[in-house]
Ligand binder design. Structure first.
Ligand code: BTN
Length: 265
């Protein structure tokens, strides 16, 4: 048992009741809430548990990120949650989850800070001024089930070299949030966001997209385009104007923003 274990066990004691209460009336199943003191990845537990599952842990030791990356938060400074939904929602699940997590984080911080927190396509939550990452979402879809994995940087910690990240505690020291305060709002927020119409998802996502108006480098297939991001529709395309004033319309599904410069807005 590590030195952290007794502290984490005491912290998570109230989590099952709080999460079960927050799942009532949502698309998630109160009987499929799982709270683990420690696990490799909540994604695997949610997939095994099945549709309707809500899984979290005091400490995640082998978290996965998008594009085969790792999500390192094995000291319990942040939150890790995975939720399993039917895959038929898959086109809109990713941007809808981004909206849900953004709104949960904005609601948890003082109003003055809310406008400084935005989204970055496909579904990171970022601090708009510095570009630092506050939360990441990974959607793993197969065999009729989509598992939505959410990692949020909550408490202060040190970041591995090369990681440009920030915690909610650093952004809003006065917020004094505990992990369960944020965890318990995610199932209802995700449940509601998945039910939004595609046009509402596009509007809300585009509105909150922090790199819009900034200089970006976008990868699309084997092309790299550098220029000003004019607009982004998460279900359709990105529009970028390059230095020759040529406007490129790039399909969202096959592109990603490699970098952006928040100071160029
Ligand atoms: C990313 O930004 O690349 C996505 C990070 C997703 C991390 C979360 S933490 C909960 C869930 N379990 C995992 O192994 N990954 C996701």
């Amino acid at each position: 048992m590590s030195d952290m274990a007794p502290k984490i066990l005491a912290e998570i004691a109230e989590w099952p009741d709080r999460l079960e209460a927050s799942c009532r009336g949502t698309r998630f199943d109160v009987g499929l809430v799982r709270v683990l003191s420690s696990c490799d990845s909540t994604q695997d537990v949610a997939r095994m548990t099945g549709i309707g599952a809500v899984v979290t842990t005091g400490r995640q030791t082998a978290g996965r990120g998008r594009l085969g990356r790792v999500w390192i938060d094995d000291e319990g400074a942040g939150i890790a949650m995975s939720l399993a939904v039917p895959m038929q929602d898959s086109a809109t699940i990713s941007p809808a989850s981004g909206i849900a997590v953004l709104e949960a984080i904005r609601a948890a911080v003082p109003p003055s800070i809310r406008p400084t927190i935005g989204l970055k396509f496909p579904n990171d939550v970022v601090e708009s001024i510095s570009g630092a990452k506050i939360a990441g979402i990974l959607v793993e879809a197969s065999e009729g089930v989509a598992v939505i994995g959410i990692g949020v940087n909550l408490h202060r910690r040190s970041w591995p070299p090369g990681i440009h990240a920030r915690s909610i505690e650093e952004l809003a020291p006065e917020a004094t949030l505990r992990r369960i305060d944020l965890l318990e709002v995610l199932p209802p927020r995700i449940s509601e966001a998945i039910d939004l119409s595609p046009s509402e998802i596009v509007d809300r996502f585009s509105e909150a997209h922090a790199p819009t108006g900034c200089r970006v480098e976008v990868e699309s297939g084997d092309r790299r385009i550098i220029g000003r991001l004019e607009s982004l529709s998460p279900l359709k395309h990105l529009e970028v104007t390059d230095s020759d004033d040529v406007r490129h319309r790039i399909p969202a599904a096959s592109s990603r923003i490699l970098s952006w410069d928040p100071s160029s807005r």
